[in-house]
Design a protein around this ligand. Structure first.
Ligand code: NAP
Length: 264
C-alpha cells in the first residue's frame, strides 16, 4: 500500500511527464528570467548558440548548446522533440536565428512568440547619430571623435579594422580571439548590468569622446547611454534590424501569460 507521500510523488511525476514542451531560444537576461519562471509550469529546453564561455543559465530546465544547422534542421528538431511552442528570446541583433526560427515554426505550425525589450529612445539631452548597421557606424565614427568606446560585442569588430586615427576601447563578455583583435585597441571584459557610476568612471578613465552602441533596449546596459548623456559624449546608435513578423511581448510576465493562454 502506498503512503500519501508516495501517491503525491507518483502524481507529481505524472504531471512532469505530461507538461507541455517549450523551446526558449536564449542568450539574454530576459531569456534566463523567462525560462526559470516558465519552468514552474512547462517542460523547458533552453537553447544557446554556445559562443559565451560562462553563460548565465536558468534553473530547472534542460540546456542544449550549439546551432541547429539551419531552419530545416530546426524544424526537424521541433518535431522530434514534440515542442508545443517556441519563445524567441534572443538578442534583437541576432538576426539569423530569428529568421530561422520564424521559418521553422511556420513550416511546423508551431506557435512562436518574440520576447524583446523595447528599443531605447533618444532624449532631448542625448546626441545620437543613428545608423543602420555596424559598417555605417565604422564609417561615421572618425568624424565624431578620436577616442571611442565600442560596446557592440566581439563578433563584428572587423568592420573597424581599416579605420585610422581613432583609439578604441572595446568591451565584450569574452575577449575576442587573437586573430580578431584590432591594432590600437584596448580590450576589457564585462557583463551587465552596469551602474551609471561605473560607466561614467570608465568614460573618464579612458577620456572617451564618442560611444558606439547597438540599440539593445532594456535596463541592463542602458547606464552607458546615461553616462554618455551626462558627459556630453555623442553616441553612434546602431538601429535594430527588422525582425520577422510575430506576436511580440516586452516582459517575462507577458510571455508566461501568452504561453498559458495558448497552451493552458
Ligand atoms: P545569429 O547571427 O542570429 O545566429 C547565428 C547562428 O547561431 C544561427 O544561425 C544559429 O545556428 C546559431 N544560434 C544563434 N542563437 C542560437 C540559440 N539561442 N540557440 C541555438 N543556436 C543559436 O546570432 P548571434 O548574433 O551570433 O547571437 C548568438 C547568441 O548570442 C544569441 O543567442 C543571442 O541572443 C546572443 N547575443 C547576441 C548579441 C548580438 O548583438 N548579436 C548580443 C548579446 C547576445 P543554426 O543556423 O545552425 O541553427
Amino acid at each position: 500500500m502506498y503512503s500519501s507521500m508516495t501517491v503525491r510523488e507518483i502524481s507529481s511525476a505524472g504531471r512532469m511527464r505530461d507538461r507541455l514542451k517549450i523551446l526558449v531560444l536564449g542568450g539574454t537576461g530576459d531569456a534566463v528570467a523567462m525560462a526559470t519562471e516558465a519552468a514552474e509550469k512547462f517542460d523547458i529546453t533552453y537553447s544557446l548558440a554556445g559562443r559565451t564561455s560562462h553563460p548565465a543559465l536558468p534553473d530547472g530546465v534542460t540546456i542544449r548548446t550549439g546551432g541547429f544547422g539551419g531552419p530545416h534542421a530546426l524544424a526537424d528538431w521541433l518535431g522530434e522533440n514534440n515542442i508545443g511552442a517556441v519563445i524567441d528570446a534572443t538578442h534583437p541583433f541576432a538576426e539569423r536565428i530569428a529568421a530561422h526560427t520564424a521559418q521553422a515554426c511556420s513550416a511546423t505550425h508551431t506557435p512562436r512568440l518574440k520576447l524583446t525589450r523595447p528599443a531605447w529612445d533618444e532624449t532631448a539631452d542625448d546626441t545620437w547619430h543613428r545608423v543602420p548597421d555596424i559598417a555605417a557606424a565604422a564609417s561615421l565614427l572618425p568624424t565624431l571623435g578620436a577616442r571611442a568606446f565600442l560596446s557592440i560585442g566581439r563578433q563584428e569588430l572587423g568592420a573597424f579594422a581599416a579605420m585610422e586615427g581613432v583609439q578604441l576601447l572595446i568591451r565584450s563578455i569574452d575577449l575576442p580571439g587573437n586573430t580578431d583583435r584590432l591594432p590600437r585597441a584596448v580590450y576589457i571584459t564585462g557583463r551587465g548590468p552596469f551602474t551609471t557610476a561605473q560607466e561614467s568612471a570608465l568614460l573618464r578613465e579612458h577620456d572617451i569622446n564618442v560611444l558606439v552602441s547597438k540599440n539593445a533596449g532594456g535596463a541592463a546596459t542602458y547606464a552607458k547611454i546615461v553616462a554618455a548623456r551626462m558627459a556630453d559624449v555623442p553616441v553612434v546608435m546602431i538601429n535594430r534590424p527588422t525582425a520577422p513578423p510575430s506576436p511580440i511581448v516586452s516582459d517575462v510576465g507577458a510571455a508566461i501569460a501568452w504561453l498559458e493562454s495558448r497552451l493552458g
